[in-house]
Structure formats: structure tokens, C-alpha cells
Design a protein around this ligand. Structure first.
Ligand code: MSP
Length: 648
């Protein structure tokens, strides 16, 4: 029989910088869902990838002095790049799309043409407030305190000839989709979308879907100079990766529609424009768009620009990939924001993994070894303490499934850990070490241990999507083969043979020393000190004495016309005449800040012409680096020192 299919996607990530634990959160969650569906027997297609076009990438590449393609290649394919990170995190994606892939570029051109031909894309003129990092135009009313409502940064007025998508035409159908179905989840995000973008003043506006202000994008093939708006290019990845409008793949009918997992700030694109685009080209709509919350760090969204990024490589290396995957999904409800902290990470690993699951496994296998030489006997005896544990265990798969189907991954895990806690309690209730002292109680002891092994088997099976490698190791320790660790067997008791044989293995989740580890982590994440300039070679003392350093008062200070760098100073050097000095510090000061200040200058250098003006000396500044960036601060002296005083 053919397996039913299931298609799931992550957003495609901007390769503008190295990815951080916030991105890993989204991909690990999607991976756990994909693995869960595979466990259930679905033929799963799991897609992730990178969103490589747009102005931001173009600018970053320019700053790095390489072509945009070279720039993204390095971040996607390079060492510790996006693909490496997903390998490290044991992500089981079946496909990886890059929007610079040839087949995708061609598909986007065909899609754009199709939407133009059917009248949903038309040419017009755009003027509005533009946020460069978000690559979004905003209307005045959408701005928050005059700034970008998504990222809070400055926006600037921009105008260009552009193509528009008739989003307005689809507003009623999109509205119906959002309010009348469970297309968008969590449901709490629906109102925000409808109120802010559809039922707002003026209704849903047509969307500007081409740009002429930069070139790094998919060219509109029938109108040179225009590139396709990065969000139209990006959103269609979910279907081009299956072969829509290209011959690279032929799996659209097999897998589409699927489930799109996205972060909350990009729900707008996925819940409004994405279905409208699909309506325009006549494709079925996604089964679901799920908008998860953010990983928050120090009260802010973790982000490259905020400097609060946590490196998944560091954490995975110290605690293991599975512990990190588990922490992300066990701790934070998927639909809401969650506050990341090292303390929470370590305490979750210690409590759930080392204490509860790890102990259950090591105690059980150790007891089978100690009391029965590693293999349980056939003769076993049930007891009245078994009922509660077995009942809870028997219903676990269903309770877990209910939560997982709602994508409540945290609750799915909570169900499993409830049973693990119950099994640990069962050990205390049945006191195997007391049973072991009495030869006649051996059959009872055997059954107690068998029940514990069965608990580990079922819990281990359901934890596989979250901690794949560790659960393979667990299976090996309890002697469970693949069939025993299957979905079908996860709600059945009595799958392991009664004469179960265990293999004592390594401790899967060692306990972490909290204080030591926290200190080590904060040392690792402490801001790195910028290096100072190397010291110069020895100088001749007489040469030093020849330099005439004087205290000066700033009488006047202004920008030099046509120069970004220079400030022009008029100084009182104590001589009675005004001295003019030009200094390249305009990037660091507003001229008016410096008027009246007492500064230091070397005054016996030969005059220099700069931008057509004479500079008679040099002001003394401190030059240093801050987070790798050059800074300059003028040396400001005590105002009590009179102009003309000698510095020596
Ligand atoms: N390229 C677009 C998506 C296009 S999808 C057709 C994009 N890229 S992104 O790299 O900025 O973000 C990708 C995903 O990472 C988003 O879903 C975003 O929410 C998620 N995260 C980035 N930082 C995050 C946290 N701190 N916490 C959780 N998820 C975060 O947007």
C-alpha cells in the first residue's frame, strides 16, 4: 500500500550572516514534526533552504568586497555555514532549496509572467516609506512612531516605477480563509492579521512586487531593469522545490499542499500574500501556516543586529545536539515567545534528561545486569503496583499524538515525561533492591524490571523525533530493535521478549555541574576585547622634544563643504591670532558639540591643504577599535588650563 504523504517546510533563511540558535529553534521544531510524521508511517517531504536575493544581501556583499553569489555561497555552503549547522543539529530535510538555484530562478520568471498575463500583476508607480533591512514598503498609518512596524528601524521615503500585485482583489477570499478555517494557527494570530491588514483603513493594498533600485534578484524577463520582489521570489520556493513551473522535480501533485512553519514576524507574508499568490496562479492553498514564537534573549528577539546571538555550535559541543534539541522544544510553548537562558538550559538537561530519563535507563539496565546477569527470566509475576503505570503507558501514544497533531510539541513531551516520572516512582513503590534479597520474589522482581524496560521502549519511541541519536542508543541498551521502537508498537505492552536482554551502555545524559558550567559559558560569551594597536619602535628623545604640543580652545567648528570626513576648527592657541586646523573626525562629532572645548594640538607641522583649505597643525585624538569598528575621540582637556600652555 502506498504511504500517505506529508509535506512540511521551514522558512528559507536569509544568508546575510551566520545563523543563530533562534533559527535553529525553528528548524529543529520542523524537523521534530517531520520525524514524527515519518514515525507514523507518512512519506514525508521536508524542505528547508535559503532566501538569497535582495538589497540587504547585495549591500552586505558589497561591504565584504565580494559578489553577492560569492557572499551567499560562503554562508550557505562554507564551513560552519547553514548546511553545516543543519548537519550538526541532525536535521533530516529531504531537500534544500537556494533561491539562486537555476531552476527556481526560471520558475519565478514564469510565475511572474503568468500573473502578469492573467492581469493580477500590473505596472504602476510606487511611493512610500521603505525599510531597507526588511525590504518592505509601509504606508504612513502602518508605521509605529514613524518607524518600521516589523523591526523598529528608521524608514525612508522612496519612489519607483514598479509592478503591483492585485492583492486587493483577493482580500475577501483571504479574509474568509483566515476567519472561517484553521488555516492560520495559533488562532490568536488571526485577529491581528485581519485587523491590521485587511479590515484596516483603505483595506488590503496592492503589493509592490518588483524593484528597480538594485539588481540582485530574479530579473523580470520582459522588462529589463526590474527584479522580482524578494518575498514573491521567496514564497514560491515552497512549490518550485516540488517542480512547479520547472522540470527539475515532478512532485507537486504528490506533496502539495503542505504545512508551512514560520516565525511570527513573517506570518503576514504567509497568511495574506502567500494564499493570494496561490489563488492567482490557481494552486491549492497550504494546509496550514503555523506562526511560532521567538526565542528571546535579554528581553529582545535574538538577532544578528542586536548582538545577543547564542552560538548553537558552542552549546551543541558542550551538551550534545540532542540535549540542545530537546531543551528548545521541551521548554518553550511553540506558539509563544520563550526566554532563553543558560541557567534554564542546564537545569532542563539536569532535571529531565540526567535525573528523570537518564536515571530511569541506567538504574533499570544496571538492575537487570546485577540481579539477572543482563537477561530477564521467562518466569515473571505481575503485581498490583503495575496497574497504574501500565494504564498510563497504554494511553500515552494517543495523548502524545493529540498534542503533536496540534503542533503542541512541548505538551507532547510533557506527556512522555509524566510517564517517565511515574516509572521512577514505580521503582520506589516496588523497591526492587528489597525484592532481590528474597529468592522467592525473583519472578516479581523480573516483572518489575520488564515493565520498566517497556516504559523505556515506549517513551524512547515517542522521543525519537526529538532526540534521534540518543534514542537509538537507548534502544540498543534495552535490546529493542527497529520494529519494537515503531509507532505501531508504541501503544502495545509486551513487545520486548520476556527474556529481554540489556546491554549496559554509556550514560546518555551526564549531569552538568551548574556553577562550573555557567561560569564557563559566561566566559565564552563575554564580549571579546578589541586588540590595541601594536606599540611603535623606540623614538629619539630629541625628535620628541621638537614637537610643539599646545593647549587650544575651540572658537568655532563646522563641517567642510562636500567633505564627509573633515571638520574645520578655528582655535585660540594663546598667540592672539586664530589658528585654523582641519581634522578628519566629522563622522564622530557634531560640530556644535565641540565649540568651547579645551583640546590639544601639535602646532609646528608644515601647513597642509585639504579640500582647498589650509590646516595649520593637528588635533590630538585617541584612535581605537570597538567591536572591530574604528572609533576616534578628541582629547578633551581641563577647561582651567589656559590656551597656549605647553604639553610635554
Ligand atoms: N527569508 C525570510 C523568510 C522567507 S520564507 C518564504 C526570513 N528569513 S530570516 O532568516 O530572517 O528568518 C527565518 C526564520 O527564522 C523566521 O521564521 C524567523 O522567525 C526565525 N527566527 C529568527 N530569529 C528567531 C528567534 N530569535 N526565535 C525564533 N525564531 C527566529 O524571514
Amino acid at each position: 500500500m502506498e504511504k500517505p504523504t506529508f509535506y512540511i517546510t521551514t522558512p528559507i533563511y536569509y544568508p546575510s550572516d551566520k545563523l543563530h540558535i533562534g533559527h535553529a529553534y525553528c528548524t529543529v521544531a520542523t524537523d521534530a514534526i517531520a520525524r514524527y510524521k515519518r514515525l507514523q508511517g507518512y512519506d514525508v517531504m521536508f524542505l528547508t533552504g535559503t532566501d538569497e536575493h535582495g538589497q540587504k544581501i547585495e549591500e552586505k556583499a558589497k561591504a565584504a568586497g565580494v559578489s553577492p553569489k560569492e557572499f551567499v555561497d560562503r554562508i550557505v555552503e562554507g564551513e560552519k555555514g547553514v548546511k553545516d549547522l543543519w548537519k550538526l543539529m541532525n536535521i533530516s530535510n529531504d531537500r534544500f532549496i537556494r533561491t539562486t538555484d537555476d531552476y527556481h530562478v526560471k520558475s519565478i520568471q514564469r510565475i511572474f509572467r503568468k500573473m502578469y498575463d492573467n492581469g493580477d500583476i500590473y505596472k504602476g508607480k510606487y511611493s512610500g516609506m521603505y525599510c531597507t533591512p526588511c525590504e518592505s514598503f509601509w504606508t504612513e498609518s502602518q508605521l509605529v512612531d514613524g518607524k518600521c512596524p516589523d523591526c523598529g528601524r528608521e524608514v525612508k521615503y522612496a519612489e519607483e516605477e514598479a509592478y503591483f500585485f492585485r492583492a486587493s482583489k483577493y482580500a475577501p477570499r483571504v479574509r474568509e480563509l483566515l476567519t472561517g478555517t484553521d488555516f492560520l494557527e495559533p488562532q490568536s494570530r488571526v485577529n491581528e492579521m485581519v485587523n491590521n491588514f485587511i479590515d484596516c483603513e483603505g483595506g488590503l493594498q496592492d503589493l509592490c512586487v518588483s524593484r528597480t533600485s538594485f539588481t540582485w534578484g530574479v530579473p523580470v524577463d520582459f522588462d529589463p531593469g526590474h527584479v522580482v520582489y524578494v518575498w514573491l521570489d521567496a514564497l514560491f520556493n515552497y512549490v518550485t522545490a516540488l517542480g512547479y513551473c520547472n522540470d527539475e522535480y515532478d512532485e507537486l501533485d504528490k506533496y502539495w499542499p503542505g504545512v508551512n512553519i514560520v516565525g511570527k514576524e513573517i506570518v503576514r507574508f504567509h497568511a495574506i500574500y502567500w494564499p493570494a499568490f496561490l489563488m492567482s496562479v490557481g494552486l491549492p492553498l497550504p494546509k496550514k501556516v503555523y506562526g511560532h514564537g521567538w526565542l528571546i534573549f535579554d528581553g529582545k528577539k535574538m538577532g544578528k543586529s542586536t548582538g545577543n546571538v547564542v552560538d548553537p555550535y558552542v552549546l551543541a559541543e558542550r551538551y550534545g545536539v540532542d540535549a540542545l534539541r530537546f531543551f528548545l522544544l521541551r521548554t518553550f510553548p511553540f506558539g509563544s515567545d520563550g526566554s532563553f537562558s543558560n541557567e534554564l538550559l542546564i537545569s532542563t538537561i539536569n532535571t529531565d534528561l540526567a535525573n528523570d530519563l537518564g536515571n530511569l535507563l541506567s538504574r533499570t539496565t544496571a538492575m537487570v545486569g546485577k540481579y539477572f546477569g543482563g537477561t530477564l527470566p521467562w518466569e515473571q509475576e505481575a503485581g498490583e503496583e503495575d496497574a497504574d503505570l501500565l494504564e498510563l503507558l497504554g494511553g500515552l501514544r494517543d495523548r502524545y499524538e493529540t498534542q503533536m497533531e496540534k503542533l503542541q510539541l512541548q505538551n507532547g513531551l510533557a506527556e512522555v515525561f509524566r510517564v517517565i516520572a511515574r516509572a521512577n516512582k514505580y521503582i520506589d513503590e516496588t523497591t526492587p533492591w528489597v525484592l532481590a534479597k528474597d529468592e522467592t520474589k525473583k519472578p516479581r522482581l523480573a516483572r518489575v524490571l520488564y515493565n520498566l524496560l517497556e516504559s523505556l521502549r515506549i517513551c524512547g519511541t515517542l522521543l525519537k523525533p526529538f532526540m534521534p541519536a540518543s534514542m537509538d542508543a537507548l534502544a540498543a541498551q534495552i535490546g529493542a530493535d527497529e520494529a519494537a521502537m515503531s509507532w505501531e508498537k508504541a501503544n502495545v505492552w509486551g513487545v520486548l521478549p520476556f527474556e529481554a536482554a540489556v546491554v549496559k551502555g554509556e550514560n546518555l545524559f551526564p549531569r552538568i555541574n551548574v556553577e562550573k558550567e555557567l561560569a564557563a559559558l559566561s566566559a565564552l560569551t563575554a564580549p571579546k576585547k578589541d586588540p590595541i594597536e601594536p606599540f611603535k619602535e623606540d623614538a629619539v628623545f630629541d625628535d620628541f622634544l621638537k614637537c610643539d604640543f599646545r593647549v587650544c580652545k575651540v572658537l568655532k567648528c563646522e563641517n567642510v563643504k562636500k567633505s564627509q570626513k573633515l571638520l574645520r576648527f578655528e582655535l585660540d592657541d594663546g598667540s592672539g591670532t586664530t589658528r585654523q586646523i582641519l581634522s578628519g573626525i566629522a563622522a564622530f562629532y557634531k560640530p556644535e558639540e565641540l565649540v568651547g572645548k579645551t583640546v590639544a594640538a601639535i602646532v609646528n607641522l608644515p601647513p597642509r591643504k585639504m579640500m582647498g583649505q589650509d590646516s595649520n597643525g593637528m588635533l590630538i585624538s585617541a584612535v581605537y577599535k570597538e567591536k572591530g569598528e574604528e572609533k576616534v575621540r578628541l582629547l578633551i582637556l581641563d577647561d582651567a588650563i589656559p590656551a597656549g600652555s605647553v604639553l610635554c
